[in-house]
Design a protein around this ligand. Structure first.
Ligand SMILES: Nc1ncnc2c1ncn2[C@@H]1O[C@H](COP(=O)(O)OP(=O)(O)OP(=O)(O)O)[C@@H](O)[C@H]1O
Length: 271
């Protein structure tokens, strides 16, 4: 990761009427697959004021009740993704990339604006919440069902997932007996078992040893070839330039630049 994380800065909500961008432009020559229209997402967190000095802290702790604070993660984001596009999302830590992907996947409601998708997007990496007490086999079945795969497809894909995970006979052992690398491989194998017309990838997903990383990259390439629209979040600008024809630069929850990947990457680098 090239940049240091920017801490979450709780803040007051903005005046909803200010600084609203225009509706996203739609290309007349291409089929829209995802429309994000002036999307705002705010996290609400419970926190208390702190003071300096021990007596002041004690007094404050006694009197204070948790006060909801707000983190305005997306501030009126708009764009349209079309069939056939591979789009990179770049931006410094905390700029809103993950929030944006989760919103498009339908995992996080926006508080203003709208997201329209043509079909159910798949977000690789977040859907497979595995359980330590269950065997690899049970986790594969439940993980695939949890991602919305019909039981017939789970049965069809099961052998491939086991093969790709490289777990061998460990597939019948509880996950808590796996090494970190084995668990990561299983998670990746489950997450990439599903294909979708709209595929969103968090590049951090490709983990493990060098051999598995190469296989992961090949698998991601296959999925990209099968999907109609790909969204890739990455801190690796080289990967964005190689993989994507378009890039969106998010900055403090706003679209700072949206255009051909080489131009956006150059601007982000400060060239
Ligand atoms: N669950 C949460 N609760 C409260 N605030 C959150 C939560 N998740 C993210 N945030 C805040 O929302 C903002 C956007 O976070 P997000 O994770 O979308 O950024 P990001 O660009 O994906 O960052 P990174 O590059 O570090 O992964 C940040 O200020 C972050 O602190």
């Amino acid at each position: 990761m090239p940049s240091e994380p920017e801490p979450a800065t709780p803040e007051e909500p903005e005046d909803p009427g200010t600084d609203e961008p225009a509706a996203p432009p739609v290309r007349p020559d291409a089929e829209p697959m995802v429309v994000v229209d002036r999307l705002h997402v705010t996290y609400r967190v419970l926190g208390a004021e702190t003071g300096s000095g021990s007596s002041r802290v004690r007094r404050a702790l006694r009197r204070s009740r948790p006060r909801p604070r707000e983190v305005h993660a997306l501030r009126g984001v708009s764009f349209v993704l079309h069939r056939g596009e591979a789009v990179g999302v770049i931006g410094s830590n905390g700029s809103g990339k993950t929030t944006l992907l989760r919103s498009i996947a339908g995992l996080l409601p926006g508080d203003r604006g709208q997201v329209f998708t043509c079909g159910q997007p798949v977000l690789l990496g977040v859907n497979a919440a595995l359980m330590n007490d269950l065997t690899g086999e049970r986790n594969i079945v439940l993980g695939c069902l949890a991602m919305g795969m019909p039981p017939r497809e789970v049965r069809e894909k099961y052998a491939d997932v086991v093969e790709f995970s490289g777990l061998g006979k460990f597939v019948d052992m509880p996950m808590k007996t796996y090494s970190t690398g084995m668990a990561q491989r299983l998670r990746f194998a489950i997450a990439t078992a599903q294909t979708s017309e709209i595929l969103m990838i968090d590049e951090a997903l490709a983990t493990g040893d060098a051999r598995f990383r190469r296989r992961s990259e090949d698998r991601l390439k296959e999925l990209r070839d099968e999907a109609a629209t790909v969204v890739l979040v990455s801190h690796s600008l080289g990967t964005i330039e190689e993989t994507c024809d378009r890039a969106i630069w998010l900055d403090h929850g706003r679209v700072r630049m949206d255009g051909p990947a080489p131009e956006v990457v150059a601007a982000y680098r400060g060239d």
